[in-house]
Design a protein around this ligand. Sequence first.
Ligand SMILES: Nc1ncnc2c1ncn2[C@@H]1O[C@H](COP(=O)(O)OP(=O)(O)OP(=O)(O)O)[C@@H](O)[C@H]1O
Length: 284
Amino acid sequence: MEYSLSFDGVVFRYPDTAEPALKELSFKVPKGSRTAVLGHNGSGKSTLFLQAVGVLRPQQGGITVSGRPLVYSRKELARLRRTAGLVFQDPEQQLILSTPQDDISFGLRGIGMDEREIRLRCSEVVELLRLEEFKDKPIHQLSLGQKKRTALAGVLAMEPELILLDEPTAYLDPMSEAQLLSGLENIHAAGTTVVIATHDMNLAYRWADWIIVLDRGSCLAEGTAGEIFGGHTALQEAGLGLPLLAELWYSLPEGLTAGYPAPRTAGDFKAALQQLLGSTGSGV
Ligand SMILES: Nc1ncnc2c1ncn2[C@@H]1O[C@H](COP(=O)(O)OP(=O)(O)OP(=O)(O)O)[C@@H](O)[C@H]1O
């Protein structure tokens, strides 16, 4: 299997802190996956992301992005910027210029792209993330959901192979969340590896195909969504509850559900129940 990102024994301690934020952290993100990094507050998710894009550097261990070990020279970091993009939890930390259009173009100018290509890339991401209506509006007048999509557009315009999003849906209403997820769907369909950090178990359950469970700076478990949500010991150990649909599914009699894949959406759950109860002669 090919991997877009791997950590091998990464240790990192912030200055003047007693405990390392990352403790011999090792895991792998399969290329082309939709990966969710799950962990409680302070488990190290944001620190992990900052390491993956070279903003922070491990004190021990190594990181590989798209098959290349990270090297912290100016040239290699510039290359990394085009390979791996990070969307911060707080878009205010990311958006620098006055309008979405200017902000998206800024990063592309920084890598020396010509103006014609910049205009083309900008219009592509503006369309993909449906920013047309407010692309020329002052950023401080945008809603949080619009700012989050603008920050995502700025990263996406660089066409990275790997995109990392820190708590992408935090504080978004259901409509803004759906818009952001649909943007991510298109990005993933185009071949990009997408990694999100979240403690929203319901989101991870319906969205991710690969899961990494982080606890106090270490990886407790990694595997397919079926393995992690089906086993649920790592989630319990990390103090993370089960997603509602998984809890309902695994509370059904094992004899009834044996051999059926656990449904990931409410619609699939209903269809599975109809099929299972139909096959036992009950019916819903
Ligand atoms: N700049 C910093 N200086 C010192 N310690 C820090 C700094 N940033 C984070 N930490 C510590 O590192 C650990 C990991 O923090 P991190 O922000 O990576 O966790 P997280 O899983 O992203 O948390 P959250 O879910 O709350 O965003 C925590 O103990 C935190 O207090």
